[in-house]
Design a binder for this molecule. Structure first.
Ligand SMILES: Cc1cc2nc3c(=O)[nH]c(=O)nc-3n(C[C@H](O)[C@H](O)[C@H](O)COP(=O)(O)OP(=O)(O)OC[C@H]3O[C@@H](n4cnc5c(N)ncnc54)[C@H](O)[C@@H]3O)c2cc1C
Length: 315
């Protein structure tokens, strides 16, 4: 098998932030055998492996990644009855539109989310109160620790809000997935997709270099959250009262941080939970802006924000 491994490949073009230094080694996998072959190659050389999907939920450090980055492009999928059988590298958007064509409902909320189904499963991607965990029946996983292929049912995936067993343990690489959807009405499915795209466009617009929401929304039930104090200081926060979490963007916005810039990194004017690369931002600028936001939010409200984006190549 020709693994076609390149050296010193700049990662910025493979991320939606368009930021990041070189991977010491880089390869693209387009089949399960290639993916496993690449992992074995790295392990024989005692190199760490990073599974890269669409690069839309990560910030890669300026010094890059000292190991093998595998861009997972494994493209096969099949829709049968209510199930989608898909390899991890298939774009999430493709599955949304193909399932709509088959009059299957369950993924419409994800319209407009970039990246692969593997990446979406890793971070339990979600929007508008829904997430991918509701549609995942099984995952076929390669465990880098013991070189075995395992099958995880939904429970074993350990899904939580923007979290999963895969996010906690990068040694678990998703090879393929089985999704289960429901039969729906073509007109309604297409309407929901249009609606999701419209809301997304209104909330953060298109074409910005970002990785989506930088911080997780905040659970009301967390020990450090004083609901009475917060809703007293910010009465409009009550609009999130019926939800399990309140918006990190709302909190950041309340500190007047929209438009705040460090170098070419800026808090998006339209959406305070997005940081964008205006043109030539370095990872360092993004990290400094993240630090500044966390410090201000903690100082003013005593809230510890948690990153939703994943940091790659930072020690
Ligand atoms: C404009 C914009 C809007 C966004 N809106 C949303 C939103 O509404 N909701 C939301 O949840 N997210 C959103 N995101 C973030 C991001 O698009 C999603 O989290 C997406 O699902 C990540 O997929 P990816 O393939 O790009 O993952 P990557 O960024 O490539 O990787 C993310 C993580 O997944 C891991 N990973 C990738 N493939 C695999 C695999 N096969 N096996 C194991 N681990 C793997 C990576 O190692 C990494 O840790 C948005 C991003 C942008 C830029």
């Amino acid at each position: 098998m020709n693994l076609n491994i390149q050296e010193n490949v700049i990662l910025a073009p493979f991320t939606t932030f368009k930021i990041g230094g070189p991977a010491r080694f880089f390869s693209v996998s387009s089949s399960e055998d290639e993916l496993i072959g690449l992992i074995k190659w790295a392990k024989e050389k005692k190199l760490p492996v990073f599974a890269l999907g669409g690069g839309s939920n990560i910030l890669v450090s300026d010094k890059g990644f000292d190991g093998l980055v595998i861009k997972i492009q494994n493209p096969k999928y099949e829709i049968k009855n209510l199930n989608i059988f898909t390899e991890a590298g298939v774009p999430f958007a493709k599955l949304i539109f193909e399932s709509a064509k088959s009059e299957l409902t369950g993924l419409e909320w994800g319209a407009g989310i970039p990246g692969t189904i593997g990446g979406a499963t890793n971070g339990n991607a979600g929007a508008f109160g829904e997430d991918i965990s509701a549609s995942i029946e099984k995952a076929r996983v390669f465990d880098v620790k013991d070189f075995s292929v395992k099958e995880f049912n939904n429970k074993m995936c350990g899904f939580q809000y923007r979290d999963s067993v895969f996010k906690k343990n990068p040694d678990l690489i998703i090879l393929s997935l089985v999704l289960k959807l429901q039969k729906g009405n073509a007109g309604e499915i297409n309407e929901s997709i249009k609606d999701a795209l419209k809301q997304r466009n209104e909330s953060h617009g298109a074409g910005v270099k970002s990785a989506g929401c930088v911080f997780k929304n905040i659970p009301w039930g967390r020990k450090d959250i004083d609901k009475d104090y917060l809703t007293g200081a910010l009465p409009d926060l009550k609009k999130y009262g019926h939800f399990p979490r309140f918006s990190a963007g709302f909190i950041i916005d309340s500190l007047g941080l929209r438009g705040k810039k460090l170098g070419d990194a800026m808090v998006l004017e339209k959406h305070a939970n997005f940081i964008v690369n205006l043109e030539k931002a370095k990872a360092e600028h993004i990290i400094m802006l993240i630090g500044l936001i966390k410090e201000r939010v903690d100082h003013k409200y005593g809230i510890k924000l948690e990153e939703e984006i994943q940091l790659v190549g930072f020690d």
